[in-house]
Design a protein around this ligand. Structure first.
Ligand code: SF4
Length: 205
């Protein structure tokens, strides 16, 4: 009595990739399988991707596709400058700790102004540091936003009349959101960030 032979499923032949009229560009549909995409990748997928990107760029120029997408991504992934000016900076730092976890809103501090789109001015601004602040702001790429965090950044705070203090950072750079308090708590900073997101949404619309 012979042993039972294992059954082997018949080999499946990959489907030929769909080709558009004239045989130049593939026509992608929701039914395209992974094998088909692999087959398309080398010679046919790249021209198709190029054509798709060209269409996206055209729609971007018309402001119909990329701009809303960019606004959505930008306002949900704000990168504030990682710095501190005075006591409000302690609240700024606490907001990124485990208790308030600002990063759950996509807010990730970056140490280079060239990678930031948000400057949170978190303390007293003196005239001595003013030109450094403006330099950092100018090094940030567009689009960019500024939050004045606390009474000092908003209007000089308790040091408003001091000869060395700038009476409000809006004398140096444009401010989008003001957060009151001396100091504002981390919750207030998070609320300011959410207000800024609303502002970006409104401006994008
Ligand atoms: S607003 Fe108050 S807590 Fe904030 S930097 Fe000024 S003095 Fe310090």
């Amino acid at each position: 009595m012979s042993a039972a032979q294992p059954t082997v499923p018949p080999a499946t032949k990959p489907m030929a990739p769909a080709v558009g009229p004239g045989g130049q560009l593939p026509v992608l549909s929701p039914d395209v399988s992974f094998i088909e995409i692999e087959a398309l990748r080398s010679q046919q997928f790249l021209p198709a991707a190029k054509e798709a990107l060209s269409a996206l760029v055209k729609e971007q120029a018309e402001g119909t596709l990329i701009r809303p997408l960019f606004n959505w991504a930008g306002r949900n992934s704000l990168f504030p400058l990682h710095w501190g000016l005075a006591c409000c900076a302690i609240e700024f730092a606490a907001a990124f700790g485990a208790r308030w976890d600002a990063e759950r809103f996509g807010v990730v501090p970056r140490s280079s102004p060239r990678q930031c789109d948000l400057m949170i001015v978190n303390g007293t601004v003196t005239w001595k540091v003013a030109h450094k602040l403006v330099t950092l702001y100018e090094q940030m790429p567009e689009p960019k936003w500024v939050i004045a965090m606390g009474n000092c950044a908003t209007g000089g705070g308790p040091f408003r009349t001091a000869y060395s203090v700038v009476p409000g950072v809006d004398k140096l750079v444009p401010v989008d959101v003001y957060i009151a308090g001396c100091p504002p708590r981390p919750e207030a900073m998070l609320d300011g960030i959410l207000r800024l997101e609303e502002l970006i949404r409104e401006r994008g619309a």
